[in-house]
Design a protein around this ligand. Sequence first.
Ligand SMILES: [Zn+2]
Ligand SMILES: [Zn+2]
Length: 254
Amino acid sequence: MDLVSRKEWRAAAPTGSYTSVSSTRGVKVHYTGGPVPARIVDDHKLCVEHVRDVQRMHMSGGRETAYIDIGYSMVACPHRKVFMGRGPHRLPAANGAGFNAGHYAVLLLVGSSGFVEPNAGVLHAGRDAIEYLRKQGDAGPEIKGHRDGFATACPGGPLYAWVRAGAPRPGGAAADVDGGDLVAKLPLLKVGSEGWDVKTLRWLLGARGFPPVDLWSTEFDADLREVVVRFQREQHVDDDGLVGPDTWSRLMRV
Ligand SMILES: [Zn+2]
Ligand SMILES: [Zn+2]
């Protein structure tokens, strides 16, 4: 991960002590909710300025109360760099009152105008931040959008779709071999599903070292769901037992 330290972005020192958290259920993804100039993709200096602005705004009471520091745990920029915000094991202040203890807060520098379509760099950086918080901050497997459980447009349409897909890395191996289209055509499988796609699922799990009980069955039963959940946990995706685009693309990655 290409980390931008607080020293490197010339962060102001916090004005109080952080509340520590030993672990969280996962991570919530945010966008800026305001304009981000489209030319940010050509100039990393603008990212640094933007992060400094967010910190100033948060510490000066722009979000109702003055925060002791930038509210986010980490910030991902379009140049695949990750800015250290409050960091792991510290309570963020960006998810809304009462919602902070459950999830770390990761801001992706994507706006509601200007730079609105996330590029590969910012998605990779977002994923890097999530993986870092899992390793260093005991973040659990959940990946949610700010709007989950809270009345806000954040993180905007494109990022929310990415979150719903499990925050996958862009252009994974499956997409490289033109599997992107294929994955899009595969059905969502869950307990009760039936057909040849279920058998395909069983064989792919077997090929990945998760042999299900019956390789030939075309029924998605509770036993198969258990195997899917184990695979999803190993892959650090939402362990919901549903086989959608994110799980399919991981199964098909060579
Ligand atoms: Zn938000
Ligand atoms: Zn940048």
